[in-house]
Write a protein that binds this ligand. Structure first.
Ligand code: IMP
Length: 196
């Protein structure tokens, strides 16, 4: 089975990606290639950060790899927290603090529309590719569910009356921002990237 490095230290994301790629490719985490350091994320865009992380791993470890960056964009907040979603309430990437701050900032807001957006950057055979996934939904005022991670307990995807945190990994993957971006990556790898 062909393998590819997923440049993330987040084991939830590796688990999600492995489920989504459905055995077609083996996903290897950063620890498997001896990379323990924090990857640089210095750009003001998801695209910029995703490419920066993939380039870093490619340069330092000489492997084909993909990386992703995700943001939660609230309409009433002009797209915030967006690219700063992880550090919204401070550098600790504390999910509870991030959710509490977002709920506070949306207090009284009539427009609770939001979307998760993921950009995946792939570095394969010296070429760069990007894939985007978007899921629209609502920020609900009270946290619900204990699955998933990050902002999942307050995000209810369009067409559902449950949050991402109330769904199984498979259910979330089928509709999520990252699930959609990974599906595009998978199709690309199957059709083009790993043909030889
Ligand atoms: P990252 O930059 O992709 O690691 O994610 C940015 C922020 O969004 C972090 O605070 C994550 O916890 C959060 N996040 C990313 N993906 C998801 C998701 O699928 N559900 C909920 N929160 C997420």
């Amino acid at each position: 089975m062909p393998s590819i490095v997923f440049a993330t230290g987040n084991s939830h994301k590796v688990k999600e990606a492995n489920a989504a790629l459905n055995g077609a490719f083996e996903i290897i985490g950063l620890r498997d290639i001896g990379c323990e350091e924090e990857l640089p994320e210095t750009h003001p865009t998801l695209e910029g950060n995703a490419l920066e992380k993939a380039r870093y791993v490619h340069q330092h470890y000489q492997v084909d790899c993909f990386s992703e960056d995700t943001g939660l964009e609230a309409e009433a907040l002009n797209g915030a927290p967006g690219v700063y979603s992880a550090r919204y309430a401070g550098p600790a990437n504390d999910a509870e603090a991030n959710m509490n701050l977002l709920l506070n900032n949306l207090k009284g807001a009539e427009n609770r529309n939001a979307r998760f957006r993921t950009v995946i950057a792939l570095l394969l055979n010296g070429q760069e590719y990007t894939f985007e996934g978007i899921v629209n939904g609502q920020i609900i005022p009270v946290k619900k569910g204990s699955g998933g991670f990050g902002y999942d307990p307050i995000f209810m995807p369009e067409g559902f009356n449950r949050t991402f945190a109330q769904m199984s990994t498979e259910e979330k993957n089928a509709i999520s921002h990252r699930g959609q971006a990974i599906a595009k990556l998978r199709a690309f790898l199957m059709n083009e990237g790993m043909r030889e």
